[in-house]
Design a protein around this ligand. Structure first.
Ligand SMILES: [Fe+2]
Length: 203
């Protein structure tokens, strides 16, 4: 019987099994310091309930525990808490914003409502999306956005990327129906700059 050969893989493939998640624009509505919780929308906020979960890992597939994820989004009506300059939010009041950390397996999960589209300028609509900033030790900060298959304005949104677009599953629970989606995130390693070589003294 012929001996089965183990396929050989180039070392580069082993070291970088996964491509880092694509970045996207920060946008004008980011605010620092959102509360630590895994519910992004206010309790009983209008809109379709949405649960997003996933894993954060390195390029080598190693789970990144205690990675900090910041989330912000528009309400179902397409409004951010700071999009009306005439009525800015109080500095300590955050709506449709949260931050939390991944568990020991790099897992995260949050509950919110499906965000509404909004007009970016006179002619351009933003398709429904959720903003992410993901921080982990020894990895590059990732600023990105999550998009949804079948959403309005998906094909005309200038910032939408196919690799950041997920399909949601309609899910039934005793408390009612909700949407569920999975978004796994891969962070690029922070490359250390090479230390300058010491000059050998001739003295
Ligand atoms: Fe946005």
């Amino acid at each position: 019987m012929a001996k089965r050969r183990t396929p050989t893989r180039h070392i580069e493939d082993v070291e970088h099994k996964h491509h880092p998640t694509a970045g996207d624009v920060l946008g004008p509505f980011y605010r620092r310091g959102a509360p630590f919780c895994t519910r992004v929308s206010p309790l009983l906020a209008p809109g379709d309930v949405l649960v997003v979960s996933g894993h954060v890992s390195s390029e080598t597939g190693e789970p990144l525990r205690a990675a900090l994820i910041e989330i912000w989004q528009a309400s179902a009506a397409g409004h951010y808490d700071n999009d009306d300059p005439a009525h800015p939010p109080l500095p300590n009041k955050f709506t449709y914003r949260a931050r939390f950390k991944t568990d020991r397996d790099g897992y995260y999960e949050f509950e919110t409502v499906y965000p509404g589209p909004y007009k970016m300028d006179e002619r351009t609509w933003r398709t429904p999306h959720i903003h992410y900033r993901v921080h982990a030790r020894h990895h590059k900060l990732l600023t990105t956005q999550l998009f949804f298959d079948g959403a309005p304005y998906l094909d005309t949104d200038p910032f939408r990327k196919a690799s950041l677009t997920i399909r949601l599953q309609a899910t039934q629970a005793p408390a009612g129906a909700y949407w569920r989606g999975k978004f796994n995130i891969v962070l690029a390693r922070q490359r250390r700059s090479a230390a300058p070589a010491k000059r050998r003294s001739r003295a």
